[in-house]
Design a protein around this ligand. Structure first.
Ligand code: PMP
Length: 306
């Protein structure tokens, strides 16, 4: 099968190689036990070529994710950050989704990896359309599976194994005719969607689950919180009850892939009056920043051709 979708080249373990060559053994630890850690980053088109959105924050989170699992990336952060820039450049894309991935390799004899088990790093990027180009509200469903509790596994780590839970959430939603799932945490509070954070609007207030609600601290979430405060909204991070899903004026999701995605209904109950002015206002500012049109947030962009 051609690997065209994954671009012209992938950076793997220090070299820029053909995607068809960027392979791992079926006996890799990651294949058997899910020991992979990754980031999802976007580069946006600007007047000065591709610019990567909040690259430093994404790379810092990648190192934090691996540290929580006692995995040490064999490159320093500066080297790997440069490798991300080089990969986007080498693929000649003016906007794309970027996926740095760290995983445990082969040579293990038991679950517990010994210190000489190879740790591999791969960086790929590909074209991913921006949902903001064609915004339309989606139908969401409260999932029957809960989001995993951080007392069981660190949910602040962007670990591949967490995505088995996400996959079940998404599968249940899709299987029942919805677009997306909203998971509750182990205590029954609203947590997040399968791969994005959730926000609620009531009048001039924007609320989002706090970090103790089994969420990944999304970089888009952090950006949207800053944008909302800039625009004069009061932003509150707290535990949110399930029934609040049915009382909000607006609900939207945030994520690197999803950007800012309005929810039109939850469990077939319409959200608000069907208008999404707050999500639209935030999306406008987000796209201005991402496309290099904001001075205030210029430091959030890394220009590939700088
Ligand atoms: N939660 C989960 C589980 C995710 O996978 C993602 C996507 N990385 C997010 C939230 C949103 O995070 P970010 O804004 O950093 O992409």
């Amino acid at each position: 099968m051609p690997l065209k979708k994954y671009g012209k080249c992938i950076w793997m373990d220090g070299a820029m190689i053909d995607p068809a060559e960027a392979t791992a053994s079926v006996m890799s630890h990651v294949v058997h036990y899910g020991s992979g850690f990754f980031e999802g980053i976007r580069a946006y088109k600007t007047d000065k070529g591709a610019a990567i959105f909040r690259l430093d924050e994404h790379m810092a989170r990648l190192y934090r994710s691996t540290r929580m699992y006692y995995v040490e990336i064999p490159y320093d952060c500066q080297t790997l950050t440069q490798a991300v820039i080089d990969t986007v450049k080498a693929n000649s894309l003016d906007s794309c989704y970027i996926r740095p991935f760290v995983f445990l390799g082969t040579g293990w004899s038991a679950l517990m990896p010994d210190s000489n088990l190879p740790i591999h790093t791969a960086i790929s990027c590909w074209n991913l359309p921006s949902p903001s180009d064609n915004p339309k509200p989606i139908a969401a469903k409260v999932a029957s599976y809960r989001r995993v509790s951080p007392s069981m596994t660190p949910m602040q780590a962007k670990a591949a194994s967490n995505y088995m839970n996400s996959m079940l959430l998404k599968h249940e939603a899709k299987h029942n005719g919805f677009d997306e799932a909203i998971a509750l945490d182990a205590q029954g509070r609203v947590s997040e969607a399968s791969a994005s954070n959730i926000f609620f609007v009531w009048g001039n207030e924007i609320h989002t689950p706090s970090l103790d609600c089994s969420i990944l601290n999304g970089i888009t979430r952090q950006s949207v919180i800053e944008f909302a405060r800039d625009l004069g909204y009061k932003v509150v991070e707290r535990g949110i009850a399930r029934d609040e899903l049915y009382t909000a004026d607006e609900i939207f999701l945030t994520g690197t892939a999803a950007e800012i995605q309005s929810i039109g209904s939850v469990d077939r109950i319409a959200v608000g009056n069907g208008n999404y002015p707050v999500a639209a206002e935030l999306t406008k500012l987000f796209l201005e920043v991402a496309s290099g049109k904001s001075e205030k947030y210029a430091h959030w962009l890394t220009y590939v051709n700088a």
